[in-house]
Design a protein around this ligand. Structure first.
Ligand SMILES: Cc1cc2nc3c(=O)[nH]c(=O)nc-3n(C[C@H](O)[C@H](O)[C@H](O)COP(=O)(O)O)c2cc1C
Length: 355
C-alpha cells in the first residue's frame, strides 16, 4: 500500500517536471476559432462591469477557477499554497489535484489541507473516476475515502476526473471502465459531484448520462491545451517504455475541442470550460458559449511554482482581459456575457457541423 502511495506521489512530481520542461500543448488551440462580436459603441463604463459569479451556491468575485493540478508532495504543497493564496486574494475557485496519494499515505494530506488556511470561496476536492471501480491489484475508492477527501480541504464539491486518455498512455494505467458511471451515480446521491474530463472533452451523450446520474456540474475538460497523452509520452521515456511513448505520440491530439465540448455539454447542468484557456479573452469566449466558469491549469503552473505574487499577477491579467472583452461586447455582467453572439470559424465550425 505504501509502495503504491510513493509511486503515485512520484508520478505527480514527474507530471509537473514534464509540463515545465516540455511543450505538452495540443498542436491547435480551438479557442482561436471562437470570435466575439465587437461593439463600437458599448455604452458601458468599465467601473460598472460586474464580474461576480455564483457556482453551486458559492459566491465568487470572478467566473474563474484554478483547475486541479497537484498535491501529495512537498513541491505540491508549495504549489497548492501559492494557488490558494491567490484564489483567496482574488476570491475565485480552486481545485486540488487527485487526492489519492493522501488516501494511500496520510502523511501527504497536509499538501492538500493547506487550502484550509485560506478563504477560497469554492474549493473542489479531486479523485479519479477510474479508481472508483476495481482495477488490477488496487482497492477501489470508497465513500469514506471521498468523505476524507472532502474533509481534508473543506471542499464545497468533489471533482471525479475522467482521464482514460491518460490511463491508456501511462505505465501504471487503470484500464477498466466498466461500472464507472454507476459508481459516479452512487456518489452523486451523497456528495455534490463535478464530473471532470482532463483534456479530452465531452459529448452530449455522456453529458446527458452524467446529468441523469445526478452530478451537480460538469467540467468539460476539452482538447486544445495541456495534452496528457503528450505528458505521458515524455514520462514513458523516463520509464524506458518505447511502446507507451509511441501511444502518447499517436494520441497527442485526441479528443473533443473545448469549445465544441461546451456546446455539446449544454444539457442543463452548470458547466466549467477548462482546456486550452490562455487568457481572459478565452474565458469570455467560454462564458459566451454557455459555461458558468472558465478553468485554468497549464496557464498558472509556472507562476504557481514561483510565488503567490506570480499567480496573483497572472490571474490579475486574466481578469483585466476578461473585463476588456466584456466592455467591448457591452456585457455589464457575466449573465450579459453568457449567450452573447459568437462567430465560430475554422476547424471548430467543422466539428460542430459534423458532430
Ligand atoms: C501538471 C498537471 C497535473 C494535473 N493533475 C490533475 C489531477 O490530478 N486531477 C485532475 O482532475 N486534473 C488534473 N490536471 C488536468 C487539469 O485540471 C486540466 O483539466 C487540463 O490540464 C486542461 O487544462 P489546461 O489546458 O488549462 O491545462 C492536471 C494538469 C496539469 C497541467
Amino acid at each position: 500500500m505504501v509502495r503504491q502511495g510513493s509511486e503515485t506521489k512520484a508520478r505527480k512530481d514527474e507530471h509537473i517536471a514534464v509540463c515545465l520542461s516540455e511543450d505538452v500543448a495540443c498542436e491547435y488551440n480551438y479557442w482561436d476559432d471562437v470570435r466575439l462580436v465587437h461593439n463600437p459603441l458599448p455604452e458601458l463604463n468599465w467601473d460598472e462591469i460586474d464580474l461576480r459569479a455564483q457556482f453551486l451556491g458559492c459566491k465568487l468575485d470572478a467566473p474563474l477557477i484554478i483547475s486541479a493540478i497537484t498535491g501529495g508532495t512537498e513541491k505540491g504543497r508549495k504549489i497548492n499554497e501559492n494557488l490558494a493564496a491567490a484564489a483567496s486574494e482574488l476570491q475565485i475557485g480552486m481545485g486540488v489535484g487527485s487526492q489519492r496519494p493522501a488516501l494511500e499515505d496520510r502523511s501527504a494530506a497536509s499538501s492538500f489541507g493547506v487550502l484550509r488556511d485560506y478563504d477560497v470561496p469554492f474549493k473542489l476536492a479531486n479523485l479519479g473516476a477510474p479508481q472508483l471501480i476495481k482495477q488490477k491489484g488496487k482497492r477501489p475508492v470508497s465513500k469514506s475515502d471521498v468523505r476524507a477527501a472532502v474533509e481534508m480541504i473543506g471542499a464545497n464539491a468533489v471533482a471525479l476526473h475522467m482521464n482514460y486518455l491518460q490511463e491508456v498512455a501511462q505505465p501504471e494505467g487503470d484500464l477498466n471502465s466498466r461500472g464507472c458511471l454507476a459508481a459516479i451515480k452512487s456518489l452523486s446521491s451523497e456528495f455534490r459531484i463535478v464530473a471532470k474530463e482532463t483534456g479530452a472533452g465531452m459529448t452530449r451523450e455522456t453529458a446527458l448520462a452524467l446529468r441523469k446520474s445526478g452530478v451537480a456540474a460538469i467540467d468539460v475538460g476539452g482538447m486544445g491545451g495541456t495534452s496528457f497523452s503528450a505528458v505521458e509520452h515524455y514520462r514513458a521515456f523516463m520509464h524506458n517504455s518505447p511502446r507507451l511513448a509511441q501511444i502518447g505520440l499517436t494520441f497527442w491530439d485526441w479528443g473533443i475541442p473545448t469549445p465544441v465540448a461546451v456546446q455539446q455539454a449544454k444539457v442543463g447542468v452548470p458547466l466549467i470550460a477548462t482546456g486550452g484557456m490562455r487568457s481572459g479573452l478565452d474565458a469570455a469566449r467560454g462564458i459566451a458559449l454557455g459555461a458558468s466558469l472558465a478553468g485554468f491549469a497549464g496557464r498558472v503552473l509556472k507562476p504557481a511554482c514561483e510565488s503567490r505574487k506570480a499567480v496573483i499577477d497572472a490571474v490579475g491579467t486574466i481578469i483585466a482581459e476578461l473585463e476588456a472583452a466584456m466592455l467591448l461586447t457591452s456585457s455589464q455582467s457575466v449573465a450579459h456575457l453568457m449567450g452573447k453572439k459568437t462567430v465560430i470559424a475554422g476547424r471548430t465550425a467543422q466539428w460542430l457541423d459534423q458532430l
